[in-house]
Design a protein around this ligand. Structure first.
Ligand code: F6P
Length: 427
């Protein structure tokens, strides 16, 4: 059940009813002491109405539960994804309706905390946002622990961490809730070393956060990517072409693997399994020999060849700069044409994967993780990231996701599933 703060209601009730007050006073106009008594009575009623909003009274009256956290800040950082607003709503509604906490929204991720761009959020701010894509708070890729050089001087400029600590104090925060991916939860973890109380929520279409089975955003992106693969089938078939589709995922292949299997990709290339163009060529020619005149190749953006895999970091970076142009899908398409002579096209799905309304599954996950975060706030269990483990909502220490990337294990059942249905994984 969602309780509106009674503050405004009680004050408005009495303050706006000046005419009632006047009317009652008029009734007793002849008797000055009665008039005083009536005014006093109204005064007491206003006072009691106001007191009802007082947290302690709210707790006594059973409106609110007691909470260690009184005020917290909330931000969304890193790349956006569907479900961010559902998560904000989940945390804030539970925190306000159950515990009467004060919520400070912080603009554009950690940048807003550096700049002190923040404002109080009220219940009305969470109305109608469950289904909205993006984030009402804004996001950025601000990394406060990276020293900022003052342009042209090479000198270290503003100390962003100090600015964050100062604004955390000025805003009167008991805790900072950070909603984000690996980078965000890592920054959150480092801020705990600086003495701040932090709670993390895992979001990303990449699903690459250590400590949680799923991050919200993934399921929505998976649906979009799968539909794109479905749509490519008919045009590839009409033109007897190979079509390479590039999906996001950063350095992890979760999105490529899941969408590839769900969309029936003939070849799926992941960063975790370096590909051989010879193997891909053999697979495509084999399909042609079996009478299949088209093929769909799903490429995760971080995919790499066996040759690249053997290079050291520096050489690989240089090689990718030269060959991944304008992106990996185009390189793979060129390699396929050179290897097989088949007409090949490339499609990069890009930011469509991050946009629009969250799926029902992401809404449920984001809302559950959000309300679980509110419970941690109430208990004062800071320094944790809420997480999904099997079918349970749980939490892990913020050190678990910090500085790590959850990639697809080679023995993951979905890889075996893909191989079992005849998909080439590039090996
Ligand atoms: O982390 C989410 C993600 O969409 C990745 O899949 C992708 O590599 C990256 O963000 C793109 O980042 P940006 O929004 O900064 O271009």
């Amino acid at each position: 059940m969602f309780f509106e703060k009674p503050k405004k209601v009680s004050i408005t009730l009495f303050a706006q009813n000046e005419s009632i007050k006047k009317g009652v006073n008029h009734l007793f106009a002849q008797d000055e002491s009665v008039k005083k008594g009536v005014n006093h009575l109204f005064g007491r009623l206003v006072w009691h109405g106001y007191s009802a909003i007082n947290y302690r009274w709210g707790v006594y009256m059973g409106i609110y539960r007691s909470s260690v956290t009184k005020t917290f800040g909330i931000l969304t950082a890193g790349g956006d994804c569907p479900g961010l607003n559902a998560a904000i709503r989940g945390v804030c509604r539970a925190a306000i309706s159950r515990y009467n906490m004060k919520v400070i929204g912080i603009a554009n991720g950690f940048r807003g905390l550096v700049d002190g761009e923040a404002w109080e959020l009220n219940p009305a701010d969470f109305s109608g946002i469950l289904t909205r894509g993006g984030t009402i708070l804004g996001a950025s890729r601000e990394k406060p622990f990276r020293p900022e050089l003052t342009l042209g001087t090479g000198e270290i400029g503003q100390d962003k961490v100090e600015a964050i600590k100062e604004n955390y104090r000025k805003l009167g925060l008991d805790c900072l809730v950070v909603i984000g991916g690996n980078g965000t939860n890592t920054t959150g973890y480092r801020l705990t070393w600086e003495g701040l109380n932090v709670l993390g929520l895992p979001k990303t279409i990449d699903n690459d956060i250590m400590g949680t089975d799923r991050s919200f955003g993934f399921n929505s992106a998976l649906a979009i990517a799968t539909e794109a693969i479905d749509r490519l089938h008919s045009t590839a078939q009409s033109h007897n072409r190979v079509i390479v589709i590039e999906l996001m995922g950063h350095k992890a292949g979760w999105l490529g693997l899941y969408a590839g299997v769900a969309g029936g990709g003939d070849v799926i290339l992941l960063p975790e399994i370096p590909y051989s163009i010879k193997s891909i060529g053999r697979h495509l020619e084999d399909r042609t020999a079996k009478g299949k005149s088209f093929s769909i190749v799903v490429v995760a953006e971080g995919a790499m060849s066996v040759e690249e895999d053997k290079m050291d970091k520096k050489d690989r970076k240089k090689y990718r700069l030269e060959t991944v142009n304008p992106s990996i899908a185009y390189r793979v398409a060129r390699e396929i044409e050179a290897e097989t002579g088949m007409e090949t096209r490339a499609t990069v799905l890009g930011y469509v994967q991050r946009g629009g309304i969250p799926s029902a599954t992401d809404r449920l996950l984001a809302t559950s993780l959000g309300t679980a975060a509110a419970e941690l706030l109430a208990r004062g269990e800071y320094g944790r990231m809420v997480a999904l483990s099997g079918n349970d909502i749980t939490s892990v220490d913020l050190s678990v996701p910090a500085d790590k990337v959850k990639t697809v294990p080679r023995d993951h059942y979905m890889i075996d599933t893909a191989l079992s249905v005849g998909t080439c994984m590039g090996e």
